[in-house]
Design a binder for this molecule. Structure first.
Ligand code: GLN
Length: 485
């Protein structure tokens, strides 16, 4: 089967890694001013890395899992000696003192890191318009958003600026932008990938994962970065799986659930396209049974997610106090601690980050904790238990990734709420730490924007999710992408 990522791997051997990097660099130079995906491009370093790969190839030394593929990295992941801005003024000039485990592994496995890409400030958002550094546009229609918070990653993929991206998903930040830009991605089971060296948004939700052109790209990156890490005690202490070699081994017989609630508030065209894909999949895989079921508790996922994320986020942001981490204070900021902290935070954080810090602080105060935080934690437990029961009946759940296609910039109000609602279908998986992937299954007939199909698995069934994503690609290949330039 013609696979975008397979072609890229073949090209490395035929053309050489350096030639490919040069081509990507030229493309970025020519077009990224329109898209706004890169925060920094590592021209020299990428060429150096490519030269090493070419040397290996010329000496017939086998390449690692990454096979010389070119990777762009969401700028909340530490790369030694490079800026780690998190899309915020607060960290605009901060240089990472060490490599995150994921980056270390990508390099060891012969991946080439080409640059860092844009994100909503500290990952707060679904449109990539909330970065303090730049606006990212959807390469398929520049008047529309690329999705968020990993909009720089999805835009870079669709624009053809790299082979793969390393991204992060707390509540949909991989799946939303992948869906909006017509590419694919997976949020792995919580604990699959080390978070060491990743700037945390909400520790009990955050997970690194790929945004790629296809399931092979997702599987390759996940093979490279997953596995136990002594620096992150939440990583699984289990044997490493091989996602690539199992990609085409989808079991014949599966029972797949479709929650009725997945279509509540979903745009008509999105629903039609998802239902058509389900029909096509059943025709292609006669032993796979699809069944609709009722999942009323899932309606609580959005409030659970936001209440807990606000709380964890407010706590994660406390370290940026103008003294030790991030922007430092100066004599105009006041003379006492409270004024200094307040002055530095006021000028260095954007509106959405401030909103979440204020709400999170409110929710976690002693007086209000029981009314909000404790209830959200209890509800999260109920949701997790319900998912466990559901996965006793079904192998996978499927439905739309996002209830709509990429919206036009300015179309959603900036008060937060409308945007929070857009996450209704992605956050349930994060609340329960479940693997969830998205694959493109076509375009909306009226505006031609891509529609993403979501596959959610039980904890630890990332392999099955990827296998199913690969089966979808057989009936609905996502590429070639057609950026506007
Ligand atoms: N839209 C979600 C939010 O704003 C996405 C966050 C994420 O996954 N990093 O919270």
């Amino acid at each position: 089967m013609n696979s975008y990522t397979q072609n890229a791997l073949d090209e490395v051997k035929k053309l050489g890694a350096k030639k490919r990097v040069e081509t990507f660099l030229a493309k970025i130079k020519e077009h990224d001013s329109q898209v706004g995906s890169f925060i920094e491009v590592y021209d020299n370093w990428a060429l150096e890395q490519a030269t090493k790969i070419d040397e290996k190839i010329s000496k017939s030394i086998p390449l690692g899992i990454m096979g010389g593929l070119v990777v762009a990295v969401k700028n909340n992941v530490s790369i030694k000696g490079k800026r780690l801005t998190c899309g915020s003024k607060m960290l605009e000039n901060y240089i990472s003192p060490y490599n995150s485990t994921a980056i270390q592994r990508i390099i060891e496995e012969d991946g080439i890191v080409i640059g860092s890409v844009n994100l909503d400030e500290f990952c707060c958002g679904s449109d990539c318009l909330k970065s303090a550094l730049k606006v990212t546009s959807n390469p398929l229609d520049l008047s529309r958003v690329a999705g968020g918070s990993s909009g720089g990653s999805s835009a870079a993929m669709t624009a053809g600026f790299c082979d793969l991206t390393l991204s992060e998903d707390t509540g949909g930040s991989i799946r939303c932008p992948a869906s909006f830009c017509g590419v694919s991605g997976i949020h792995p089971t919580y604990g699959t990938v080390s978070r060491y060296g990743v700037s945390d948004m909400a520790m009990t939700f955050d997970q690194l994962g790929p945004i790629a052109a296809d399931s092979l790209g997702n599987a390759i990156l996940l093979d490279a970065i997953s596995g136990f890490d002594e620096y992150d005690s939440t990583t699984f202490n289990s044997k490493k799986t091989n996602y690539v070699s199992s990609l085409n081994k989808l079991p014949d017989t599966l029972k797949i659930g479709i929650a009725k609630q997945f279509f509540v508030g979903c745009d008509n065209e999105v629903e039609k396209s998802i239902r058509k894909t389900i029909t096509d999949l059943s025709k292609n895989n006669p032993k796979i049974v699809f069944e609709e079921f009722d999942f009323p508790l899932i309606e609580n996922a959005l409030p659970i997610y936001y209440l807990l994320v606000f709380s964890e986020f407010a706590s994660a942001m406390q370290k940026f106090d103008g003294l030790r981490f991030g922007n430092k204070w100066n004599e105009n900021d006041g003379t006492d601690l409270a004024s200094i902290v307040s002055a530095v935070r006021s000028k260095s954080f954007g509106t959405e980050v401030k909103r979440r810090i204020i709400l999170g602080t409110y929710i976690t105060t002693k007086e209000h904790q029981d009314a909000w935080l404790t209830k959200a934690l209890q509800a999260r437990k109920l949701l997790v238990d319900e998912f466990d029961k559901i996965f006793n009946q079904y192998d996978l759940l499927v439905g739309p990734t996002m209830p709509m296609v990429a919206w036009k910039k300015g179309e959603l109000s900036s008060d937060g709420l409308q945007m929070y609602l857009a996450d209704v279908l992605t956050v349930p998986a994060n609340c329960a730490g479940l693997p969830a992937g998205t694959v493109n299954v076509g375009n909306c007939p009226t505006n031609k924007m891509p529609i993403g199909f979501q596959v959610i698995g039980n904890r630890g069934s990332d392999e099955l999710v990827l296998q199913f994503m690969s089966a979808i690609e057989k009936i609905s290949p996502a590429y070639p992408f057609k950026p506007v330039f």
